[in-house]
Design a protein. Structure first.
Length: 289
């Protein structure tokens, strides 16, 4: 298949490389010359104009920083420039309203489009083990599925247009709140004189068990290997968690949903990100007394 790939940064670079490895002919566009050079090294054909990259392709995949950029790229360079037979897949994390607006614009011009944000970080993008949550019509999902399957271990149809983004921000709001709850729990356990490994052994087999504890423990030396064991480097950056929590707050306010725990998590990450945006999000444990 001929696939245009737009946005070959930390995530998109590895995703495009996996499409090449699977035998696809990948036409890469990014504003960054460095990103394009890395893409060329991974076997992509590179372009300095997005319109040229999308000409004559069977699919367009994008992995971009935010909704404003996604809207600008699709309205300026993809819609009307890619063949209408091409399936459009936006894998960026963006707000639900923009995802629906761009898919509506695409539909109006005769294209099928899905929003397909991911769970999993740079290692999962490189390793082809991302989880995709997909919003769009059933026939668009059926066309997107084999392309996404090359880049991920799970591809799940969440519902109509925008449902992928909705699932992503709901999941990450839960993750942000549960990480903070896990951090403060370990701090309290420590102050109450509990041995933290012993507390982990108990809580990981009791009703407090959750992913932030047993797959990503924020306490160094406790539980499985995690960014906490590497001074909170790598992993999922605090700045990206804050981005997702802001999107969740925006969506909650638009949907008139009460999210007091999500709201508090957003406030705490807002404060922590001021000086620690590059650290893994589990580092928020360091801000708790
Ligand atoms: P990144 O900043 O590393 O990459 C984005 C790329 O888009 C850059 O190479 C940039 O030059 C390019 N770009 C920006 N504007 C462009 C334009 N107009 N045309 C073409 N290219 C343009 O970001 P990333 O970490 O790869 O994240 C990409 C998306 O994935 C974001 O929406 C992010 O929220 C989401 N995400 C990231 C992670 C993660 O761990 N990094 C995890 C899950 C989801």
């Amino acid at each position: 298949m001929k696939i245009a790939f737009i946005g070959l940064g930390n995530m998109g670079g590895g995703m495009a490389a996996n499409l090449v490895k699977a035998g696809h002919d990948v036409k890469a566009f990014d504003l960054s010359a460095d990103a394009l050079e890395r893409a060329a090294g991974n076997g992509c054909e590179t372009f300095t104009e997005a319109k040229e990259a999308v000409a004559g392709v069977d699919a367009v995949v994008s992995m971009l920083p935010n909704g404003k950029i996604v809207d600008a790229v699709y309205s300026g360079d993809v819609i009307g420039h890619a063949p209408t037979e091409a399936i459009l897949l936006d894998c960026s994390t963006i707000d639900v309203a923009t995802a629906r607006k761009v898919a509506g614009d695409a539909d109006g011009a005769g294209y099928a489009m899905v929003d397909a944000p991911v769970s999993g970080g740079i290692a999962a993008a490189d390793g082809g083990t991302l989880t995709f949550m997909v919003g769009g019509a059933a026939d668009a999902f059926a066309r997107a599925d084999p392309i996404l399957s090359v880049m991920g271990k799970a591809v799940i149809h969440a519902g109509d247009s925008g449902a992928g983004q909705a699932a992503k921000i709901c999941n990450n709001m839960l993750l942000g709140a549960s990480m903070i709850a896990t951090c403060e729990t370990f701090k309290l356990a420590d102050k109450l004189g509990l041995d933290l490994q012993t507390f982990y052994d108990i809580s990981s087999k009791a009703s407090g068990q959750n992913w932030s504890m047993t797959s990503y423990c924020p306490v160094p030396g406790v539980g499985p290997q995690s960014p906490a064991d590497n001074e909170y480097a790598g992993g999922f950056a605090t700045a990206l968690m804050l981005k997702d929590l802001r999107l969740a707050m925006e969506a909650a306010s638009g949907a008139d949903a009460d999210v007091p725990m999500g709201g508090r998590a957003a406030e705490l990450y807002e404060a922590f990100a001021e000086e620690n945006g590059g650290l893994d999000f589990s580092a928020i444990i360091k801000s708790l007394g």
